[in-house]
Design a protein around this ligand. Structure first.
Ligand SMILES: Nc1nc(=O)c2c([nH]1)NC[C@@H]1CN(c3ccc(C(=O)N[C@@H](CCC(=O)O)C(=O)O)cc3)CN21
Ligand SMILES: CC(C)C(=O)C(=O)O
Ligand SMILES: [Mg+2]
Length: 270
């Protein structure tokens, strides 16, 4: 997206697609990382319910609550000057209907300063998206592999393969028709993502959906080599924060043991 934009708005997402300029996104859960990514020129920051994995140490995103995400989202929204901040609506906060979904969206908009909300599901979430959009709140949709339905989907399964492509296309059109300003495609074959991208007028954002979408998004702790354990195949690691911080901790421990920290320059005179 063009650098001179003062503050990224949903119309810039639309312009980027029209002009073939890629949209860039990362997750963020705190003000320090948000400031760094914003100053680097990232277009949007998602305060994902992936905080369940990355911040809180849960095995899945299912236990994450609105009350856990609100302070994280407030920290990110308060830190950025340019990036558009998207609040991820957690499992159990929108599925029962459009009223519940709008109520949750209001909480995020009023209590955090986020600029948009995100929720999972295509056809099944279309009424929720429509209602939130009708209240003036931009919605980022999320289809394909939807982590909040991990157990219903039977694990981390690629969506839209073979016969599944038709249902995925129906989901994509449903969220566009409902008024979403963009749609995340997670773990979808690249060719299907390319077809969806060409059929839709709203931008598509890939998380493991290949290079042909209008934008890309990754979980920042995976991307920076900060997450432990198994990293999804679709992630490219751009740094080795675990290595850097582990080495720093070992050096600190050794310096304290040897007496070389604190040194005179770290001390106060009487
Ligand atoms: N740290 C983190 N990164 C993510 O990308 C992420 C989250 N958390 N939490 C919410 C969802 C869950 N997602 C995930 C989680 C695991 C796989 C994974 O392990 N994929 C394997 C193949 C499937 C399997 O064998 O389980 C892979 O190698 O890509 C993929 C996406 C994506 N999101
Ligand atoms: C993986 C992205 C799309 C997400 O929903 C999250 O970080 O919670
Ligand atoms: Mg999420």
């Amino acid at each position: 997206m063009a650098e001179p934009i003062k503050r990224v708005r949903t119309r810039h997402f639309q312009n980027a697609k029209a002009n073939g300029i890629k949209i860039t996104g990362l997750t963020s859960y705190d003000q320090l990382s948000a400031t760094i990514f914003d100053e680097a020129g990232i277009d949007f920051l998602l305060v994902g319910d992936s905080a369940g994995n990355t911040v809180f140490g849960y095995d899945t995103t299912l236990p994450v609550t609105i009350d856990e995400l609100i302070p994280l989202t407030r920290a990110v929204a308060g830190a950025v000057k340019r990036a558009l901040v998207v609040a991820d609506m957690p499992f159990g906060s929108y599925e029962t209907g459009a009223d519940e979904a709008l109520h949750t969206a209001f909480r995020f908009m009023k209590e955090t300063g986020a600029h948009a909300v995100k929720l999972e599901g295509g056809v099944r979430s279309a009424e929720q998206i429509r209602r939130i959009v009708s209240a003036g709140i931009p919605v980022m949709a999320h289809i394909g592999y939807t982590p909040q339905s991990e157990h219903g989907l039977g694990g981390h399964v690629i969506q839209g393969r073979g016969e599944g492509a038709e249902a995925l296309l129906a989901d994509a059109h449903a969220v566009e028709d409902a008024g979403a300003f963009a749609v995340v495609l997670e773990m979808v074959p690249s060719a299907v993502a390319a077809q969806i991208t060409s059929e839709l007028t709203i931008p598509t954002i890939s998380v493991g959906a290949g290079p042909s979408t209008d934008g890309q998004l990754l979980v920042w702790t995976d991307w920076a080599g900060f997450s432990g354990g198994r990293i999804p195949k679709f992630v490219k690691q751009y740094a080795d924060l675990r290595g850097v911080l582990g080495d720093a901790a070992k050096a600190y421990i050794a310096d304290i043991a040897s007496g070389s920290f604190p040194a005179p320059e770290h001390e106060y005179d009487a």
